[in-house]
Write a protein that binds this ligand. Structure first.
Ligand code: NAD
Ligand code: MG
Ligand code: MG
Ligand code: MG
Ligand code: MG
Ligand code: MG
Length: 338
């Protein structure tokens, strides 16, 4: 697998392009501001009547309503929640994009699962940062970046791959590394990572640990510090130097406990469960379940979000974090209301 950096990426192909970023949420905020600061011609497109217009007035980013912005765009980056993209594509992009224009995604879901079938005269590419939007912006301003995956689904003008690399570089990805993949590989691995490890796996592990301690009579504050707060310190070490560095840094006692107990939790059964989660992703079963729930007004998502948000680990955590005001950064939503 080849990793490309700014030194080998030519951004010339993006120089004369009118870029339109649709949406000003987590990714939209980061992409548009990074593109602007990298010197490219970028405009943010929003829904008619969107409250975000007033916020953009005070920035140096031009903005316009969707239909209007899209007409003379050379490159449109679609940065809305995945489940809202198909409607917006059908209503605003399909009828108005000029032939030979380029359509970009930050995740392969809609293309891979056939929720959007782009017009054949469009270039279709992906630049997927491997990190949250807010990090894409903060690392850029600090002089670094978030690694990006790029892929091409349709190439009409013959330079779509070059364009994808240039876009990745313009948002800061070329400082950290840009890797070529396919829509299929990005979609399936991204969904698996968030379900089995990063989000689903980690939150379930943290909650179960917290419950085990509190049910055994230990205080919720102790349980919070042990099972949630300290996680960041461990993950930071893994991020810096892999699992080896983390194990080097912890005490021998901790390391012995880690090496002898970890695989009693993550057993062959757990791995079997991971495999079945992966096959639900590959077969499209997960995508169908999710799309159905979106169409059903997110009934399941809202109900689960609501019940999990009331878990004791949240209430005790809120209290403890108030005592550590340095932890709290400015609210993430501050940059993303619409
Ligand atoms: P988001 O949830 O932050 O929302 C984007 C914006 O779209 C919001 O400001 C919202 O008001 C607006 N919006 C919603 N529906 C709309 C509509 N119908 N018309 C116009 N505007 C509408 O989105 P996000 O998390 O930035 O995700 C954007 C894309 O980036 C997705 O494809 C996602 O998979 C991908 N992605 C996200 C992250 C991340 O960190 N959030 C990371 C990698 C890839
Ligand atoms: Mg969200
Ligand atoms: Mg991801
Ligand atoms: Mg994802
Ligand atoms: Mg300890
Ligand atoms: Mg050690």
């Amino acid at each position: 697998m080849q990793v490309q950096y700014d030194s080998s990426i030519n951004t010339e192909v993006l120089k004369d392009k009118k870029i339109v970023v649709i949406g000003y949420g987590s990714q939209g905020y980061a992409h548009s501001n990074n593109l602007k600061d990298s010197g490219f011609d970028v405009k943010v497109a929003l829904r008619k009547g969107s409250k975000t217009f007033s916020k953009l007035e005070h920035s140096n980013l031009p903005s316009a309503e969707l239909e209007e912005a899209v007409k003379d765009a050379d490159l449109v980056m679609l940065l809305l929640p995945d489940e809202n993209q198909p409607d917006v594509y059908r209503q605003y992009l399909e009828p108005h994009l000029k032939p030979g224009a380029s359509l970009g995604f930050a995740h392969g879901f809609n293309i891979h699962f056939n929720q959007i079938k782009p017009r054949e005269d469009l270039n279709v590419f992906m630049v997927a940062p491997k990190g949250p939007g807010h990090t894409v912006r903060s690392t850029y301003t600090e002089g670094s970046g978030v690694p990006c995956l790029v892929a091409v689904h349709q190439d009409v003008t013959g330079d779509t791959k070059e364009l994808a690399y240039a876009y990745a570089s313009a948002i800061g990805g070329g400082r950290a590394g840009v890797i070529e993949t396919s829509f299929k590989e990005e979609t399936e691995t991204d969904l698996f990572g968030e379900q089995a490890v990063l989000c689903g796996g980690v939150t379930a592990l943290v909650q179960a640990g917290f419950e085990t301690l509190t049910e055994a009579g230990y205080s919720p504050e102790m349980a919070y510090f042990e099972c949630l707060h300290e996680l960041k310190l461990i993950v930071d070490l893994m991020y810096e130097g892999g699992i080896n560095t983390m194990r080097y840094s912890i005490s021998n006692t901790a390391e012995y406990g880690d090496l002898t107990r970890g695989n009693r939790l993550i057993t062959d059964d757990t791995k079997q469960a991971m495999k079945s989660i992966l096959s639900e992703i590959q077969s499209g079963q997960f995508a169908k379940e999710y799309v159905d729930d979106c169409r059903n007004n997110y009934q399941k998502l809202h109900q689960l979000r609501d019940s999990h948000s009331k878990h004791q680990i949240e209430t005790v955590g809120e209290k403890l974090r108030d005592m550590m005001p340095w932890i709290k950064k400015k609210p993430l939503v501050d940059q993303a209301i619409n």
